[in-house]
Design a binder for this molecule. Structure first.
Ligand code: C2E
Ligand code: MG
Ligand code: MG
Ligand code: MG
Length: 273
């Protein structure tokens, strides 16, 4: 925080700022090697049918086991976006999660995509050639995006989405209800699914009109014939309200936490048996 008030006055030296810059640079270097050496791993969280409880799909979530301990994607995804590593990280996540999903026939795969990736004009072509290379049916893939990109670069977002939808890839609008995404955006960009943000679900535990807000949101999506997933379900009461309100897919710790590929494989086998 250099002070430049007053002409000719020396700029104050702030050792804390230097330390901060060093930490960020260190993190960037660590992240870069983590992407290339496999320290970033895809975990998988089940998506279940609200009516039957059957697992219908899995959402891939990035996990970083850093030397200093696990680092949350809430930290390293924005970092990767800022320092130009998000495209490499995104391809790594797509590739590794598809490789795992090939062992789970019949299940859909959802992968989160950063707005920064979607704004890259090469993104769609990269995804399509990756699917061909890995011989993975595009109809099994859903890309989850948040509304940010729809505001900042709607033209490029639309081009990428249109291109990818042409080959059968689906799109889910993630974190609905915590930002500015409108019902209009759902229709305008041709979203195949809406994901209700965890904050709206946890609001059900407070004595408020949380349930009314959820019901209204879900019925608007239903009027547009867009199916709804609720995320962050932690208790049976929330699940019951959401099911009754017309949510067709549920996700959350109540149903299953994000797990390693090995753990989800054995869970799926248990269920099949
Ligand atoms: P998201 O896509 O909305 O994912 C849902 C987040 O909620 C995940 O956090 C998940 O672990 C957590 N969650 C699921 N069920 C529950 C629950 O019942 N209770 C609670 N308290 N939390 C629950 P996570 O894995 O920390 O990821 C955070 C965010 O980071 C994701 O939010 C997504 O926006 C981003 N992210 C994660 N992996 C990737 C990735 O590979 N690429 C990109 N671009 N973003 C990613
Ligand atoms: Mg998501
Ligand atoms: Mg979400
Ligand atoms: Mg989120």
């Amino acid at each position: 925080r250099a002070k430049a008030n007053g002409r000719g006055r020396a700029v104050e030296y702030d050792p804390e700022l230097d330390r901060e810059r060093l930490r960020v640079a260190e993190m960037e270097a660590l992240l870069k090697s983590a992407i290339s050496n496999g320290a970033i791993e895809a975990f998988f969280q089940p998506l279940v049918s609200a009516t039957t409880g059957a697992v219908t799909g899995l959402e891939a979530l990035a996990r970083w086991r850093a030397p200093t301990g696990n680092i949350s994607p809430e930290i390293f995804i924005p970092l990767a976006e800022r320092c130009g590593l998000i495209d490499a990280l995104g391809v790594h996540m797509l590739k590794t999660s598809i490789e795992h999903a090939r062992n789970w026939p019949g299940l859909a795969l959802s992968v989160n995509v950063s707005p920064v990736q979607l704004c890259n004009p090469e993104f769609a072509a990269v995804v399509i050639s990756l699917l061909q290379e890995l011989d993975f049916d595009p109809k099994r893939l859903t890309l989850e995006i948040t509304e940010g990109v729809l505001m900042t670069n709607p033209e490029q977002a639309r081009r990428s989405i249109d291109h990818l939808k042409q080959v059968g890839i689906k799109f889910a609008l993630d974190d609905f209800g915590c930002g500015y995404a409108s019902i209009g955006a759902l229709r305008q960009f041709g979203f195949d699914r809406m994901k209700i943000d965890r904050s709206l679900v946890s609001a059900l535990d407070q004595a408020s009109n949380g349930a009314d807000v959820l019901r209204a949101t879900i019925s608007l999506a239903t009027a547009l014939q867009i199916p709804v997933t609720a995320e962050g379900i932690e208790n049976t009461r929330q699940a019951a309200i959401l099911r009754e309100a017309g949510c067709d897919q549920l996700q959350g710790y109540l149903i299953g936490k994000p797990m390693s590929a090995v753990d989800i494989s054995s869970k799926l086998q248990e269920h099949a048996a």
